[in-house]
Design a protein around this ligand. Structure first.
Ligand code: C5P
Length: 220
């Protein structure tokens, strides 16, 4: 990629995985490490962009040159993305966001009682940040990119998700027990609403990140 081809642009990236607390010590979470989002942040800084990285529960070193905002829950991520998105030229939602959260938060640790069956866990829907931000762009020309991890029918599910979310690009990858999560490498297909698909062969997460920025820059 050309040096500093993202100069003058503000890009907002979400990374990691949200945690939805049940009580002070327990949460519902996922296996996202945040590595793909951090690779997006590092490559965007290297290409000259101003970068806001919204990091959910990651254990990675802050990428040099990026503004890092730390969040825990989907609702905190939602708030942070909304705030940062106002003047953003691109929004890349690499974080794994919990679709649901526990309906109630117990302020004290939930106890098990002898002889009692566990109480059913009631969940409520979280906001779909990607769909909401795709529908309500703060300015024309803002490019919105989503990620989708699928375990089966990757392309068909990806196409349906791209249409449902209304974003400009959807990076789809196949996940399984030994794929993508926590790994340094990734393999993906980037889908666009005009029907084009850009395959990205198995390789470092930086390489996929550079392809994403190439496709975003083309759309600007
Ligand atoms: O629907 P699904 O979770 O598979 O979609 C994944 C994409 O949507 C990711 O880009 C993720 O960051 C985003 N997402 C979101 N808000 C949610 C759930 C997912 O922005 N509540």
């Amino acid at each position: 990629p050309a040096l500093a081809d993202l100069a003058g642009r503000h890009v907002v990236i979400s990374a990691g995985g949200t945690r939805e607390p049940l009580d002070p010590v327990r949460f519902l979470g996922n296996r996202s490490s945040g590595k793909q989002g951090y690779a997006l942040a590092r490559t965007a800084v290297a290409r000259g962009a101003r970068v806001t990285l919204i990091a959910a529960n990651t254990e990675l070193a802050d990428p040099a040159g990026a503004d890092v905002v730390r969040v825990e829950t989907a609702r905190q991520l939602h708030e942070a993305v909304l705030k940062a998105a106002a003047d953003a030229d691109a929004l890349v939602m690499a974080a794994a966001v919990a679709d649901f959260r526990p309906a109630r938060y117990a302020t004290g640790k939930i106890k098990k009682k002898d002889g009692e069956e566990p109480a059913p866990l009631e969940l409520v829907r979280n906001p779909d940040i990607l769909a909401e931000l795709s529908a309500a762009r703060p300015h024309a020309g803002q490019i919105v990119v989503g990620f989708a991890a699928e375990t089966d029918d990757v392309l068909a599910n990806g196409r349906a998700k791209l249409a449902r979310k209304g974003c400009d690009l959807l990076v789809v990858n196949e996940v399984g027990e030994h794929k993508a999560f926590g790994s340094e490498e990734n393999e993906a297909v980037v889908l666009a609403p005009d029907g084009t698909q850009t395959p990205v062969p198995y390789g470092p997460k930086e390489a996929l990140a550079d392809v994403v920025w190439d496709l975003v820059a083309q759309r600007w």
